[in-house]
Design a protein around this ligand. Sequence first.
Ligand SMILES: Cc1cc2nc3c(=O)[nH]c(=O)nc-3n(C[C@H](O)[C@H](O)[C@H](O)COP(=O)(O)OP(=O)(O)OC[C@H]3O[C@@H](n4cnc5c(N)ncnc54)[C@H](O)[C@@H]3O)c2cc1C
Length: 478
Amino acid sequence: MDTPLPLNDLPALERQIARELDILAYPTPDWVAPVTAPDGTVALDCAVIGAGQYGLTIAAGLRRERVARIGVFDGADAGREGPWMTFARMAMLRTPKTLTGPDLGLPSLSFRAWWEAQHGPDGWEAMFRIPRTAWMEYLNWYRRALDLPVRNGWRLVSLEPTADDQLLRLGFETQEGPRFLFARTCVLATGAVGSGVFSIPEPIVRALPSDRLHHANDPFDPAILAGKRVGILGAGASAFDIATSALRAGALSADLCFRRDVLPTTNPRRWMENAGYLAHYVDLPDARKWATMHRLLTIGQGPPKPTFDAAAATPGFSMHAGTPWETVRWTGSDIEVTGGGRTFHFDSVVVATGMRVDLRQRPEMAAVADQAALWSDRYVPATGEENDALGRFPYLDRLGAFRERAAGSAPWLSRVLTVTRGATLSLGPVAASNSGMKYIAPRLIEGVKRRLFLDQERQTWDDLLHRDHAELPAEAMP
Ligand SMILES: Cc1cc2nc3c(=O)[nH]c(=O)nc-3n(C[C@H](O)[C@H](O)[C@H](O)COP(=O)(O)OP(=O)(O)OC[C@H]3O[C@@H](n4cnc5c(N)ncnc54)[C@H](O)[C@@H]3O)c2cc1C
């Protein structure tokens, strides 16, 4: 932006976006041929599932690439997509404030432009990291400013090919009852849990009354922990966040326990945020991708410094390394936990051990899970790098599409793309986070376009041969 906009002038910013979109509109002709579905409707060119940051960005990018018939569907209510207003509890994003991605190269669509339009350049300088709720407000604005076709309250529950493999039949749960749609391609941008589950170790589930046990990624109000001694299992950022928010909400104590002897203090993911790594991890050989993810899982990921500092500075917080929960028992009045030679008594516990990639846990992925190749189908790890958890990750192509387990068995899988946690082994360790959006979202957009273009390659060839391509009038010829 050359001329600073007046403060609190989002309409001016929106006018600027419209102008920049117009300047960059080339090439403008529509090119995707309509396809009629078995029910007589025109199939969507692309159904984007998930209206979080990735779903919105991919929808915006497809539209700029003249893929017109798109729909974005999210099971959550408007304004509550993604983790930001539900179970994320940190004050600010963990990623650097300079991150880009949703803008797809348009400065006026960036978080910074949106922030500066309201708070000025000084407000930008004064900010350390992006406030969590401001990120959600930005995404809400982005959706509105671009008028993206989002339907909230639509939860995808089934996805299967039509008999000729040319379309996908999508089943949704909505407040009005079940709904079905046909689409030529589908992008699953369903977030952290989109390719698996937030799991709690089974012995803990069996041992405790359900109202005394929470997962850190359940959207509960920390106020329910007021007056309680809270035990937390996990060493990652969410474990520290719940400790801080529980104590601030009035918990008596928060004891954070983890298995490792020391808290992980290094985080190579920050170093990976460079234009080489983010763009070209996908080009590494399988052995290097596997070794990279194996290494990251082995060294773990502790909390960012502000998250650690916030917990450590909150009265009532204690941290216990080398303390796996060996036994968990409901005494009848409280919870007894033993581990690392110690015994604790808690009133409630929160498990913050992350999520497990496992497509079979997701109803909407059932047909995909039956046919899609996983890493365990395609790669044998070196001795010492065996890892069942990584073996369950889908083996995606470089544009994020699923691949068949057996050649020729399920060509329709090339119509289904994903950018969930399960995509990270194929596309990059930070592919499903803010940090990777700048490079990964365009890849998914290309993946959708590739499928649509190849679908109509016969028609395109006929057009080349038989359309009227006259440039000069015939009479101009000597
Ligand atoms: C607590 C927490 C904090 C995080 N903090 C950061 C951070 O600071 N920086 C960072 O880079 N990353 C962070 N992450 C990672 C974060 O998940 C991603 O950066 C971001 O949310 C990914 O965006 P997304 O669009 O892929 O998914 P999401 O934002 O999770 O959006 C996915 C959407 O899909 C919808 N959905 C899921 N299943 C269905 C279905 N079957 N049908 C219809 N809709 C469905 C959901 O309702 C949701 O709105 C954090 C994650 C968590 C859990």
